[in-house]
Design a protein around this ligand. Structure first.
Ligand code: UDP
Length: 362
């Protein structure tokens, strides 16, 4: 079986690493399975791309389509044009896409139109929020996917509601958590750990990159100034995403407690999360990682496509206003974090399940 694996952006790299490890394991066991790795070039900064390949031992891509930035349509269109040529030159039995970025949707469409089967890892999750490009990517991808791999039974149920055949839906667990378990004993403190006198539970991690939080400079500054004053005795470490950095000016960066650092590599970032007092974020992936590590997480969004991080895990959805965050965060300071558990099948074995199922399908 020949699989084309697609990766374009930071969260994709983290998700394909354990899938490639699972393929290599099957190859060592004598199964006939090979892969071609396509990097679409959607994320191209060293610290959003190359660092993850190095740290997670992902092989060099067979090709980089180098699409880079653009509007939603420009980027999606550029990926489709480039990937169509690639797939015609290098046909495969199956195109495997992960997550919900533009590369996920664009390559799924191309594959399906070339009569190639599509597997979607992290299928079926839904926020119902069509103002987010990711939700559109999820819906379009799942409408043409052949094999759905889900992280929760609620994602599987969403797919059934949308008319997918139950025999094609496989609840396998979470590949992002496979990567976490595979690397927990390799995580390490970043260079600035001593410089800022960081210690277990004496700092908060902040990440923000969604348009609703960062695209308008004044409301971003209102949010950051509020967060800066919200906790008196803790540093707030803010690995700043290039998208967020592009909005802020140098003069905006003077804060009491917030410390701006560059986007972190995976091993340093997981160390920072694991040892933090709490996390404030608008990321989906981080709410899964904090759930597994038992770290309180406050998500600055109005909804989530990952409800189990809230119903079972440590996540609390706080909306996008600082005032609401402050209210909920103060309650947490008074009462402590909520009791949490780990969602079903988030056990580090999702990728192995996926590859075994795909080998059976052949
Ligand atoms: N991440 C990282 N360094 C950082 C920020 C994030 O390694 O400075 C990792 C982390 O594992 C997270 C993943 O990147 O789960 C994806 O984060 P992002 O917020 O970019 O994407 P989303 O989860 O919102 O799709």
């Amino acid at each position: 079986m020949k699989i084309t694996i697609i990766a374009g952006a930071r969260p994709n790299f983290i998700k394909i690493a354990p899938i490639i490890n699972a393929i290599k394991k099957k190859q060592n066991e004598g199964f006939i399975i090979s892969f071609r790795l396509v990097h679409t070039g959607q994320h191209y900064d060293k610290n959003l791309s190359e660092t993850f390949f190095e740290e997670l031992n992902i092989p060099q891509p067979d090709i980089n389509l180098e699409v880079k930035s653009g509007t939603q349509a420009e980027q999606t269109g550029a990926i489709m044009v480039a990937f169509e040529k690639e797939l015609i030159q290098n046909p495969s039995d199956l195109v495997l896409v992960v997550g919900d970025v533009n590369s996920t949707m664009a390559c799924a469409i191309v594959a399906k139109k070339c009569n190639t089967k599509v597997a979607h890892v992290e299928a079926g999750i839904r926020s119902g929020d069509l103002t987010m490009p990711e939700e559109i990517n999820r819906m379009v991808t799942d409408s043409i996917t052949d094999y759905f791999f889900t992280t929760s039974t609620s994602a599987s149920e969403n797919l059934l509601k949308f008319g997918a055949k139950s025999s094609n839906i496989h609840f396998v667990g979470n590949v992002m958590i496979d990567t976490l378990y595979q690397n927990l004993d390799r995580i390490s403190a970043p260079d600035f750990w001593n410089e800022y006198d960081l210690k277990e539970k004496n700092y908060i991690i902040l990440t923000l990159h969604r348009p609703a939080n960062v695209d308008e400079e004044n409301s971003l500054l209102h949010l950051l100034r509020g967060i800066d004053n919200m906790v008196v005795d803790k540093k707030i470490i803010f690995p700043i995403h290039p998208r967020t950095k592009a909005i802020l000016k140098e003069t905006d960066l003077a804060f009491k407690n917030i410390v701006f650092v560059s986007p972190q590599g995976y091993l340093n970032f997981m160390f920072l999360i694991k040892n933090s007092f709490a996390v404030i974020t608008d990321s989906g992936g981080i709410s899964e990682e904090t759930t597994v590590m038992g770290v309180p997480c406050f998500t600055m969004r109005d909804n989530t496509e990952r409800p189990e991080t809230e119903t079972i895990g440590t996540n609390t959805i706080v909306g996008t206003s600082f005032e609401n965050l402050k209210k909920i965060f103060n309650l947490f300071l008074e009462n402590g974090g909520k009791k949490s558990g780990i969602p079903e099948l988030w056990d580090g074995k999702a990728s192995e399940r996926i590859i075994s199922i795909l080998l059976d399908k052949k």
